[in-house]
Design a binder for this molecule. Sequence first.
Ligand code: FAD
Ligand code: NDP
Ligand code: 3IO
Length: 429
Amino acid sequence: MENLKEIQGKMAHDPHYMFPYCKPRHQEWVPGAVIVGAGPSGLAAAACLKEQGVPSVVIERSNCIASLWQLKTYDRLRLHLPKRFCELPLMPFPEDFPTYPDKKQFVEYLEAYAKRFGIDPVFDSSVERGEYDESIGMWRVKGVGRKLGEEMEYVCRWLVVATGENAEVVVPEIEGMPEFCGEVKHTSEYKNGSVYKGKKVLVVGCGNSGMEVCLDLCNHNAKPSLVVRDAVHVLPRDMLGKSTFGLSMWLLKWLPVRLVDRFLLFVSWLILGNTARFGLDRPTVGPLELKSISGKTPVLDVGALAKIKSGDIKIYPSIQQIGNHSVQFFNGKTENFDAIILATGYKSNVPAWLKEKEMFSEKDGYPRRPFPNGWKGACGLYAVGFTKRGLLGASMDARHIAEDIHKCWKLEAEHLITMTTRRSFSLKP
Ligand SMILES: Cc1cc2nc3c(=O)[nH]c(=O)nc-3n(C[C@H](O)[C@H](O)[C@H](O)COP(=O)(O)OP(=O)(O)OC[C@H]3O[C@@H](n4cnc5c(N)ncnc54)[C@H](O)[C@@H]3O)c2cc1C
Ligand SMILES: NC(=O)C1=CN([C@@H]2O[C@H](COP(=O)(O)OP(=O)(O)OC[C@H]3O[C@@H](n4cnc5c(N)ncnc54)[C@H](OP(=O)(O)O)[C@@H]3O)[C@@H](O)[C@H]2O)C=CC1
Ligand SMILES: O=C(O)C(=O)Cc1c[nH]c2ccccc12
């Protein structure tokens, strides 16, 4: 046994180190996979595994499935790709849903999905550590459980990381921001613009969230301004009577990505005009090529651009400094604001809890291997939903993972049956 000094030393340096005989209160061996995260990716993985006859336990830190959608998104949110590109494996959307289901409908679909595949996550349980225990050839997944402070440990052969690309908010450090007297919040806390009526609001970041929050603020008679620090592709959500995304996927079957990009840019120019005239320069690389090489999603416009054109949404360059009530920009202008909304995006939280350095990059928390090969690591470790390709990418991962685990599951089950049969008939190996 380790001596007391050694144990005290370990406890001081590692908050997760436990005294050897001090077991967590809830310990469970899972005869299948542990899936961390009950968002669309985790649900898709659990459903595909179930279909293959492999059991799983889904662990979720919040108190509901799809917590990103239910708790951290604004009221007016809809899918911005048509529903056929957003459905999870094995269950299409109901036919009477519109092409672009709203948030409520999407959550309804996910609830029905979980019910259909008997997925019953362990809620209010946050995973704080996942590590491979070589001595037993299993993953140990530890965290804080349902009842306040209850320690839990799951031991499993397969660990599926489904904590998502949007696990934590990105809050930039901007000089003077702590001194700003008005409200500062992230888009994940924004519901609608009703409380900002008549107020001057600065929205920082012009991805899809920033653009839509600006539009929502306009619709609630607030006065939004948008910080655009870099070039951005804005495409109409629909063109030529079809969804831009659907049309792109169809064209990509026949044409190289650069040609499809040229086509998209031409039609966007016809519909939206020259966006650079309104302060939105386009990157030199086309929208689909950029999405594929960097993951940067083009803005799919549903009305914000018209408000920029009409001057209802003002455009500003990067922020230099924030004062008590004002914001100074890099073009030298200073303007007063009542509130600031950070539409600065999200990041993965995998490096904070997964004690594994091969599969996931410590820098950004994404699998190191590029799409479409990022879903599989070593020793039974998997990733679902880190493709930067939305729900479509998550569904592809989930299918791959379930097939892969099933192969191994079948082999191990056959081995177990052989061993048991041999033992019960006293046969020699
Ligand atoms: C506003 C918004 C709109 C979007 N719209 C679209 C769209 O229209 N079409 C599209 O294809 N994609 C869209 N996306 C992309 C988005 O990535 C997917 O919609 C989807 O939610 C991703 O699912 P996920 O399960 O991978 O991640 P999430 O939905 O984020 O689920 C991950 C889950 O893991 C849980 N979790 C995280 N860390 C832990 C932990 N340590 N322990 C336990 N649980 C944990 C979280 O609480 C969360 O419930 C959108 C994203 C955003 C932010
Ligand atoms: N279904 C739908 O309608 C919606 C879908 N989404 C999806 O959700 C995901 C997240 O989107 P979103 O929340 O918009 O996040 P994104 O990461 O897509 O966008 C964040 C934006 O903030 C900018 N930014 C970051 N830091 C600063 C800073 N300090 N100053 C100025 N600008 C800054 C970034 O600029 P830069 O590019 O220069 O880094 C980028 O333009 C995306 O995949 C998006 O497509 C989001 C909303 C609606
Ligand atoms: O909504 C998102 O973030 C997505 O990643 C969906 C998506 C995948 N590929 C795309 C290409 C263009 C626009 C959106 C997407």
